[in-house]
Design a protein around this ligand. Sequence first.
Ligand SMILES: [Zn+2]
Length: 205
Amino acid sequence: MAKRKITVTTSWDDGNPLDFKVAELLKQYGLRGIFYIPGVSSLSDDEIRLLAEYGEIGGHTVHHYMDLKQLSDSDLDYEIGENKRQLERIIDGPVTSFCYPRGRFDERVIMAVQRAGYQDARTTRVLAIDSANVFRTDTSVHVFPRSEYGQREWEDVAKELADRAATHGGVFHLWGHAAELERLGYWSRLEDFFKWLTAEFEVIS
Ligand SMILES: [Zn+2]
């Protein structure tokens, strides 16, 4: 029997040398990745350019302040716009996707993201397989023990949402931080999940 089709994307926040470990895994399993990189990440320009060969580079502000809602309009324009310009200079190409630090935003922040010229923006909310508004793109699963999962492991939640996305349409969106994968010892669990996902479905990236 033909495998069911599923649209999958993944995203990885904050820019970390361990992003290359994520990138290699994505490449191995034919999955798409967006790397959201703030100006204050520990990646060098050369590393960002190399990462851009594996996936897409997205914006995540200059300083990764905890709450963009607290900033003035001019500070928002700087934080969001300058990070975009820096990344575009580094990779010599367009940066069109943004991610709200800590998932904190309101209508004013969304307007600043639009003013900067971004085409979409990701939140940190989970359990979604579709989003009505491209500037509030919610995700399916954060590879982390989120309270939203209750007693369940992230893989169990991810498998259920992937099944739902394959059945009803929508996008299965998995995201995380490479530093968390390292700290929590999740690397082999992530690979096992990619193995399951690509064996179970025909993945469209
Ligand atoms: Zn972040």
